[in-house]
Structures are given as structure tokens and as C-alpha cells.
Design a protein around this ligand. Structure first.
Ligand code: AMP
Ligand code: MG
Length: 469
């Protein structure tokens, strides 16, 4: 594995050299062969477990990154990789660089009293959720491997430990900018913004303040698209703190995330999200809020005159909701196969969503049924008959294709994930996982093997998730 060092020239305390801890008995539990192929990671099978447990020293020195974070609105100036080590970056077959990070690889200078470990369940959750999200066409970090450590991790109950290998186009978070801004490190801020632009927004060629304003605009646009995508499939991230927001626009940190079943904008699964801050329908507000925190951090790169900088940055944040509303309307249009925008479309969408909520209809299955109904392959729930009469007058020959591309047949339902995690905890493997991954790779194309994953589970109504640790 040929690694390139990352983030070592931003600031002295940005990337601290630190070695992963060795683990007792590494055992490879999951290996993402197609991802390995994409990165030419031709690590020999017998070396994979020790390499991706952190037992083997790598050619490049591992680092733990510093970052701050607004967690549920409260600012922590020093969070950082408390249980993760960035090994470096690799080149893919298109010559693009990707970070490789181990998570659960032991304590670092940022551990703040934590044990630096990861339990097997959350590691498998990150693997299966991120693979499913990727196949759904949603930008996300991905997992190369999950290695069991042979050690016990102590949470509310003792659990098997694991190290998960994460691949991301970068680990530059909104919180990374906050970290440097809080320290008044303007030079570091500039280097980080330039690195993020080079990596994610190379089309930005301007210099000076214009450059960083364009950067904020691009990050904001990508956040809009990301949240639209999440909402299209019913994904609830659960912990959209600024430290869990990548400026690349990829989904990161599959802690207390879950998929919405019955349609309801107020859906919350995370046990710690008592106020519904990160509820399904509040995700756009929170993404916009996070972009505003990025804007604040960029002030020193815009002007020495703070008032002037704020007056230039603020309109870009205000554009979030305008752009979101336009794309949100377009998203519902696609989910319902509406070509163009016509008078009455808004009402059509809101009447449907009201019916879904009133009758506790399953979000995924209802839109899947609407899609196949167009093709004459499905009947609709009785509650939708009257509404569907109006909708049918609005659709056209092109509708099926548009709807099929927007509405998945299957999603990683909460009960599926829980069963997979339970099987891994008990047996170190999961037959359900193998079956699920096979069909989840192609979620928009129906196959008979999918029917077991389309079933709604009543227990999911009271489903609770816990911050993945
Ligand atoms: P997360 O909830 O995974 O986004 O983590 C929030 C912060 O807590 C990050 O700085 C993590 O590195 C840190 N953290 C989470 N779990 C642990 C742990 N077991 N040991 C050390 N740090 C941790
Ligand atoms: Mg995090």
C-alpha cells in the first residue's frame, strides 16, 4: 500500500503524529473487495487483518487530526480524533487522492479520557450503512475493512472490539476550520482552505477574498445536495454536529443514524436528541446552521474589517434556503414523476405527504408502489386512491424512468441493521449481511431477492439509536 502523508503542513498542532495501538488477536471480519480494487490495495489476504488493525507500521507516519465542534449547539474547542488514526492517502485508478483512516485504533492526544476503541456493532453499522448509502447514489465515506481485535470493549455492556478502516475524499470538517479559527491561526486557516479547494473544488481559480467566498458557496451547495439526497431516501443522520460535517459534502459518522419508515418530518431516533434538533425535517436547518459556522471561521480570510467580511459572507448563507427550496421541489417532482414544474404540483406533493403521515404509511414502500403503479405492476394503498386520481392526470410516458431513478426498492431498514449487528456480535459473521449487501448494491433495480428486505417491522416505530461508540 503506497501512502502519501496528509495534513502535516497545515499547522503544528493540526496533525499530531501518533501510532495506532496493537491489538491482541486481529481477525478480518469484513473486506470490501471492490473498493480495494478501485484503490489498487493489493494487500495480501494474510496481511489484511494486522495491517488494518493498526498492528503493522506503515510507510508513512500515522496522525491524529485536531478539530473543534459544535455538539448539539455547544462549542467544544478541542475535540479531534480521539480514537482514529489517519494512515495517509492513496491514489485511486483515476489519480485522485483518498484518505485512509483507522477508527477504534487506540488512544491519541485527543482522547480526552476515552478509551480510543470502537465496539464491533458500530463498526459493522458504519460498514453496511455507508455501503448502502453509496449504492443509493449518496456521497459518503466508505469502509474498506472491519477487523475484530479479539479484545473486549467496555460500554454499558462488555462488547467485542473492532477497528474499521474508513476511506474518505478528505477528513476536512467544518470543525477543522473552527479549530484553527479559535486559535487565531490565520495562516493555518488559509492553508486548510486552499487544500480543501484543491481537493474538492479545483474549479475555483480566483484569489484573495473571492476565493474563500466561492469556497463557502460551493460547500453550501454541496450541503444542500447532500441533505436533499438524505431526505429523498429517508436517512436521518442523528448527530449533525459541525465536527461531523465534511466540507467535501460526503456523509460521515454513522453513529446514531437510522432510516425513517413511516413518513413524518418530526422523526427522531437518537436517544440523546431530546429536542429533535436533528429530526428528519430539521436537517436542512441544521446543515445551513453548520455552514454559518464555517462562514464565521472564514472571516479572517475575507477581510480585516469584520463587519465587511460578515456582510460578504452572510448572503451566501441566506442562499442556502432559497437553493434548498428549489431543489426540494425538484426532488419531490422526481419522486412523483412530474416533468417540469406546473401549477398545482406543490399541493399534489403536500396532500400526499399529509396522507402518508395521517395513515402512517411507509415512506420507501409507498414511493416504490407509486413507481411500479405507473408501470402497471402495483396496487396502491386504499388511502391514496382519491389523491392518485389527480396525480395520474399529471404524469407522462417519461414518469416511470424518472421515478425509478429517485425511489429505491430497498433501504437499510433499522431492523435489518439490528439483526446484522446481533449476528456479528454473536457469531462474528452474518448470513443476513451477505444477502443484504448483494441486493443493496443495486437498490433501484427490483429483484426477487429483495422482498425479504422490503418488509416493514413494527418494532421500528419505537426504534432508538445510541451514539455509536
Ligand atoms: P463521534 O460521536 O464519534 O462523532 O465522536 C465525537 C468526539 O468524541 C470525537 O472527537 C471522537 O474522537 C471522540 N470519541 C468518541 N468515542 C471515543 C472513544 N471511545 N475514545 C476516545 N474518543 C472518543
Ligand atoms: Mg464524529
Amino acid at each position: 500500500m503506497k501512502l502519501v502523508p496528509r495534513y502535516t503542513d497545515i499547522a503544528d498542532n493540526f496533525a499530531i503524529e501518533d501510532q495506532p495501538s496493537s491489538v491482541a488477536a486481529p481477525q478480518l471480519l469484513l473486506w470490501n473487495a471492490s473498493l480495494a480494487k478501485q484503490f489498487n490495495l493489493d494487500v495480501e489476504p494474510q496481511l489484511r487483518a494486522s495491517n488494518f488493525a493498526g498492528n503493522e507500521p506503515q510507510s508513512v507516519k500515522a496522525v491524529a487530526l485536531g478539530y473543534s465542534g459544535h455538539q448539539f449547539g455547544h462549542f467544544s474547542p478541542r475535540l479531534g480524533d480521539g480514537r482514529a488514526h489517519l494512515l495517509g492517502a492513496v491514489n485511486d485508478d483515476k489519480n485522485q487522492l483518498w484518505d485512509i483512516q483507522l477508527k477504534g485504533s487506540g488512544v491519541t492526544p485527543y482522547s480526552r479520557g476515552g478509551d480510543g476503541k470502537c465496539a464491533l456493532g458500530p463498526a459493522v453499522r458504519e460498514y453496511v450503512m455507508s455501503e448502502a448509502m453509496h449504492a443509493l447514489g449518496i456521497p459518503t465515506t466508505r469502509c474498506l475493512a472491519v477487523v475484530g481485535t479479539g479484545e473486549t470493549v467496555y460500554r454499558s455492556q462488555p462488547q467485542p472490539g473492532a477497528v474499521v478502516t474508513r476511506i474518505a475524499s478528505s477528513h476536512i470538517r467544518v470543525g477543522s476550520f473552527q479549530y484553527l479559527a479559535t486559535q487565531g491561526d490565520i495562516e493555518g486557516l488559509k492553508k486548510l482552505a486552499d487544500l480543501a479547494i484543491e481537493r474538492h473544488y479545483p474549479e475555483i481559480k480566483s484569489e484573495g477574498p473571492e476565493r474563500y467566498l466561492a469556497f463557502l458557496a460551493s460547500v453550501t451547495n454541496n450541503q444542500v445536495s447532500l441533505i436533499i439526497n438524505w431526505m429523498r431516501v429517508g436517512f436521518i443522520h442523528g448527530v449533525m454536529n459541525t465536527d461531523n460535517t465534511l466540507v467535501s459534502g460526503e456523509t460521515i459518522d454513522y453513529g446514531p443514524c437510522a432510516m425513517m419508515d413511516n413518513f413524518d418530518f418530526d422523526t427522531v431516533f437518537s436517544s440523546i436528541d431530546k429536542q429533535g434538533r436533528y429530526a428528519f425535517g430539521n436537517q436542512p436547518n441544521m446543515a445551513s446552521w453548520n455552514c454559518a459556522r464555517l462562514a464565521e471561521s472564514l472571516i479572517p480570510l475575507i477581510s480585516d474589517d469584520e463587519e465587511k467580511a460578515v456582510s460578504l459572507l452572510t448572503p451566501l448563507i441566506h442562499r442556502f434556503s432559497e437553493k434548498f427550496n428549489t431543489e426540494f421541489t425538484a426532488m419531490w417532482g422526481k419522486k412523483l414523476g412530474l416533468v417540469g414544474v406546473k401549477e398545482g404540483d406543490k399541493e399534489l406533493v403536500s396532500e400526499l405527504l399529509t396522507l402518508l403521515q395521517e395513515h402512517h404509511l411507509d415512506y420507501t414502500n409507498t414511493f416504490d408502489a407509486l413507481t411500479e403503479f405507473v408501470n402497471g405492476n402495483a396496487t396502491l394503498p386504499e388511502e391514496l386512491t382519491e389523491w392518485a386520481n389527480k396525480w395520474q392526470r399529471r404524469i407522462s410516458n417519461e414518469s416511470y424512468e424518472i421515478m425509478r431513478a429517485a425511489n429505491p426498492c430497498i433501504i437499510p431498514r433499522n431492523h435489518i441493521i439490528e439483526t446484522i449487528l446481533a449476528e456479528y456480535n454473536e457469531l462474528g459473521s452474518s448470513k443476513l449481511m451477505s444477502r443484504f449487501i448483494k441486493v443493496a448494491n443495486n437498490p433501484y433495480l427490483f429483484s426477487d431477492d429483495m422482498t425479504e428486505f422490503q418488509k416493514v417491522h413494527l418494532n421500528d416505530t419505537n426504534y432508538k439509536t445510541f451514539c455509536g461508540t
